[in-house]
Write a protein that binds this ligand. Structure first.
Ligand code: ZN
Length: 181
């Protein structure tokens, strides 16, 4: 990200919106917005390899479920936040990973310009690629401020997406979804 360019662009945006950007409240806004974007998009170009490589050995083959990992991301259609929670279920193949590492994995993909469907799939794909479980199922429930702060939708309405990869059959998926009700 080119910070100086972002600052200039926000100045132009404020001008285009007809605002007086010399007034007190707006004076530092371009700089603040640039700093916010730097943080919101910090996951661009990152992988979760270093997080998902920190594994423990486990010979138990039961499904591991980490539920309600809270995240916030930025919708690429409107540059507005969407946020919610993600549940990750996987069937280990000899290795498990700590909750904090899964949360960091979520962040790597959430801190980008995103779409909810893509966020859900990228997390599942990265877990398959690095942790190599027998199967993984990722469920994401999110509120999109581009829908709840404008347009027709009511606040609090959420969108649900999911992605199953590898060996994670319909019965196991139903068990996880049931747990989330
Ligand atoms: Zn949007």
């Amino acid at each position: 990200m080119d910070r100086e360019k972002v600052i200039k662009a926000v100045e132009q945006l404020l001008d285009a919106l007809g605002e007086d950007r010399e007034r007190e409240g707006l004076k530092d806004t371009p700089r603040r917005v640039a700093d916010a974007y730097a943080e919101l998009l910090a996951g661009e170009g990152q992988t979760a390899e270093e997080h998902l490589s920190r594994t423990f050995t486990s010979d138990c083959g039961d499904t591991v479920i980490e539920r309600d990992i809270y995240f916030s991301s930025t919708c690429e259609h409107h540059l507005m936040p969407f946020f919610g929670k993600i549940t990750i279920a996987y069937v280990p193949d000899g290795k498990v990973v700590g909750l904090s590492k899964l949360a960091r994995t979520v962040d790597v993909f959430a801190k980008r310009l995103q779409l909810q469907e893509r966020l859900t799939r990228q997390i599942a794909e990265e877990i398959m690629r690095v942790l190599k479980p027998k199967g993984v199922f990722v469920v994401c429930e999110a509120e999109h401020t581009c829908m709840t702060c404008r347009g027709v939708k009511k606040a609090g309405s959420t969108t649900l997406t999911s992605c199953a990869l590898g060996n994670f059959d319909a019965q196991k998926r139903a068990e996880v979804l049931n747990l989330l009700k």
